[in-house]
Design a protein around this ligand. Structure first.
Ligand code: COA
Length: 260
C-alpha cells in the first residue's frame, strides 16, 4: 500500500502508525484521513496485530488539527460533507475497532488532532503535550466528533469551557480531568506505551474486542449497553480463547490466546 502521509512499523504484536507531515505539524488533510482509514482497516484484519499506537512525527506535534488550508473556502454543503466523511472514515472507525488503538500524544493535539486522540480507546501523553479544540477561534465548531467525545471524557462543563474559550490545556491538566490516562517525559512515551501494550497482548483479543463494543454501547443512541454486554458475554463462551483462558487457569499455567 503506497502511503505518502503516514508511516507504519510492526514490532511483535504492535503496529505503530506515525502521522508524517511534520512541516504542517501533522495536520490532517483528506488524503491523510483516507490513508489512515485504509491502513487501520488492514491492521484490523491482521491477526498478528493486537495493539495499535497512533502518534505524530517529530517532537512538536501529535496533530495540529484538520488542515485549515483545505477547507477555508468551503460552502455549507461542503463543510457538512467534510465532517461526515471524516467521521465515517476515521473517527467513528477508530472508536469501533476491535483491536485496541491507543493515542501517544507527543505534542500539540488540537482540533482534529485532539478529536483523533479522543476517538482512540485511550490516551497517553508526553509532558510537553498541549490539547485543545480551537475551532471557535476560526469561526467553526469541532466537526470530527469533538463536541460529543470531549463531553463524554471530561464532563459537559469542562468541555463547554474548552470549546468556548478555544484554549489549550497542558498534559497535566488533561491528566487531572481524565482526558489522558498517563503523562510521561517525551523520551519515555513509546516505552510506556509498550509496557501497557504488553499487558493488553497477554489477554484474549476476542474478549477485548467484545469488551470495546460493550463499553462503546453506553454512548450509542438507542442501544442498551447492558444488553450488549449480556450478548457479548454469552458469545465469549463459544470461543477457543475462553476455553484456553479457563483451562489455563485451572491447570495453573499462563494462557496462550489465539484470538479465536
Ligand atoms: N492546518 C494547516 N496547516 C497547519 C495547521 C493546520 N491545522 N497547523 C499548523 N499548520 C502549519 C502552519 O501553517 C505552518 O505552515 P507554513 O510553515 O507553511 O506556514 C506550519 O504548520 C508550522 O506551524 P506554525 O504555526 O508556524 O507553528 P507555531 O509553532 O508558530 O504554532 C500552533 C503552532 C499549533 C500553535 C499553530 O500552528 C496553530 O495554531 N495551528 C492551528 C491549530 C488549529 O486551529 N487547529 C484546528 C484546526 S480545525
Amino acid at each position: 500500500m503506497e502511503m505518502k502521509n503516514i508511516l507504519v512499523e510492526h514490532e511483535k504484536f504492535t503496529a505503530t502508525i506515525t502521522i508524517n507531515r511534520p512541516e504542517k505539524l501533522n495536520a490532517l488533510n483528506s488524503e491523510t484521513i483516507k490513508e489512515l482509514h485504509d491502513c487501520l482497516k488492514k491492521l484490523e484484519d491482521n491477526d498478528m496485530v493486537r495493539t495499535i499506537i497512533i502518534t505524530g512525527s517529530g517532537e512538536k506535534a501529535f496533530v495540529a488539527g484538520a488542515d485549515i488550508s483545505e477547507f477555508a473556502h468551503f460552502s455549507e454543503k461542503e463543510g457538512a460533507a467534510l465532517a461526515r466523511k471524516g467521521q465515517e472514515l476515521l473517527f467513528d472507525f477508530v472508536e469501533n475497532m476491535k483491536t485496541p488503538v491507543i493515542a501517544a500524544v507527543n505534542g500539540f493535539a488540537l482540533g482534529g488532532g485532539l478529536e483523533l486522540a479522543m476517538s482512540c480507546h485511550f490516551r497517553i501523553a508526553s509532558d510537553n503535550a498541549k490539547m485543545g479544540l480551537p475551532e471557535t477561534s476560526l469561526g467553526v465548531i469541532p466537526g470530527y466528533g469533538g463536541t460529543q467525545r470531549l463531553a463524554q471524557l471530561v464532563g459537559k462543563g469542562r468541555a463547554m469551557e474548552m470549546i468556548m474559550t478555544a484554549g489549550m490545556i497542558t498534559a497535566d491538566e488533561a491528566h487531572r480531568t481524565g482526558l489522558v490516562n498517563h503523562v510521561v517525559p517525551q523520551a519515555d512515551l513509546f516505552a510506556t506505551y509498550m509496557t501497557i501494550a504488553d499487558k493488553i497482548q497477554r489477554n484474549s483479543p476476542v474478549a477485548i474486542g467484545k469488551a470495546i463494543e460493550a463499553v462503546n454501547a453506553n454512548f450509542k443512541d438507542g442501544v442498551n449497553g447492558f444488553e450488549v454486554e449480556i450478548k457479548n458475554f454469552g458469545e465469549c463462551f463459544a470461543t477457543a480463547d475462553f476455553k484456553e483462558g479457563t483451562t489455563a487457569f485451572l491447570e495453573k499455567r499462563k494462557a496462550a490466546f489465539e484470538g479465536k
